[in-house]
Design a protein around this ligand. Sequence first.
Ligand code: NI
Length: 188
Amino acid sequence: MILPIHVYGSPVLQEPTIPVKENTPELQELIDNMLETMHGASGIGLAAPQVGRSERLFVVDVSPLVKEEPGLPEDPLVFINPQITEEGDMDEEYEEGCLSIPDLREYIVRPESVSVTFLDRDFNEKHLEVDGMLARVIQHEYDHLEGILFIDHISSFKRRLMRRRLKDMINGKVQADYPIYTWENQGA
Ligand code: NI
């Protein structure tokens, strides 16, 4: 089932998430719905708060980027209770967007590589050391679990330039080509 994606202004996007305690049919259903919602919105990552949930969980599918960056995993990845355990010394600047902040893109500096431990959807413990686009997407989604959005990383000057469009989003004056939930319209 495709879930409406919460847009900037919805408080759940700025709240930290809660670790998942057990594998339940409800959790598996949420994961399926998040994958379907991400794919329906042509996204490459989606975190639980973006569908109004507080589970410490995100999904990633970087398969659309395989042509640009061969070697990326071609299957969707599920990250339950992830922890970034190490960040590379090198920083990299890359343009980011977010399904919860439609039409706004900005260059963001982040470590070029990270190590992450997590549970996959079968609750197997996993450890990944990644760089490139996968590291970028994981860090962006990981931020969502801490209530942090990519625009929280930009300078206050650039943020001021975005103020009107952000205010429009809070007020529900925003459109996307996928179902959205705005704080003002409550899912209308
Ligand atoms: Ni995002």
